[in-house]
Design a protein around this ligand. Structure first.
Ligand code: QAP
Ligand code: CO
Length: 167
């Protein structure tokens, strides 16, 4: 097990597009375990492989209170979306920043689990938000890109300043 480094916005690697996983093998399962450990350690409720600089279509998520209901989505695909909802989102790659994003209210998603078995899930509420947020990461998109360019520039400058202070 290992805790992986999380890329911090505005790292250009967050905009890479992830490739589908060809075979769900032990190497992929090890990566899934490391991603889960990284997410639980943070702590967060969702993490996409893109955020740990691995550009493969893999997401881990756990919305349970006891942090014992890990969900794994490999090669996820949204089959349908319905309605809209607003949610105050955050992101492990944009620490300390939270803002409201409008997304679909319900989504039907198809993916493989960590055994390579396909499943279909109908999600609503926070689960639907989280799935859309994490799939965006696999497409190279960060939630702040839904905010106004004024807000995006403020967030970018804040993180660039932080980076300079650390250097
Ligand atoms: C994505 O986000 C998400 O700023 C998962 O300082 C979030 O796990 C989807 C976190 C909200 C839907 C709604 C953020 C931890 C964790 C921070 C996360 C922070 C520490 C974010
Ligand atoms: Co995120």
């Amino acid at each position: 097990m290992a805790i992986l480094d999380i890329l911090i916005y505005p790292d250009p690697r967050l905009h890479k597009v992830a490739a589908p996983v060809k075979e769900v093998n032990d190497e992929i399962r090890q990566l899934v375990r490391d991603m889960a450990e990284t997410m639980y350690d943070a702590p967060g409720i969702g993490l996409a492989a893109t955020q740990v600089d691995v550009h493969k279509q893999i997401i881990v998520m756990d919305l349970s209170e006891d942090k014992n209901e890990l969900r794994v989505f490999i090669n996820p695909k949204i089959l349908s979306k319905c309605g809209t909802q607003q949610y105050e989102e955050g992101c492990l790659s944009v620490p300390g920043v939270y803002d409201t994003v409008t997304r679909a209210a319900t989504v039907t998603v198809e993916a493989l689990d960590e055994h390579g078995t396909p499943f279909t899930l109908e999600a609503e509420g926070l689960l639907a938000v989280c799935i859309q947020h994490e799939i965006d990461h696999l497409l190279g998109k960060v939630f702040v890109e839904y905010l106004s360019s004024l807000k995006q520039n403020r967030i970018k400058n804040k993180f660039k300043k932080r980076q300079r202070e650390r250097a």
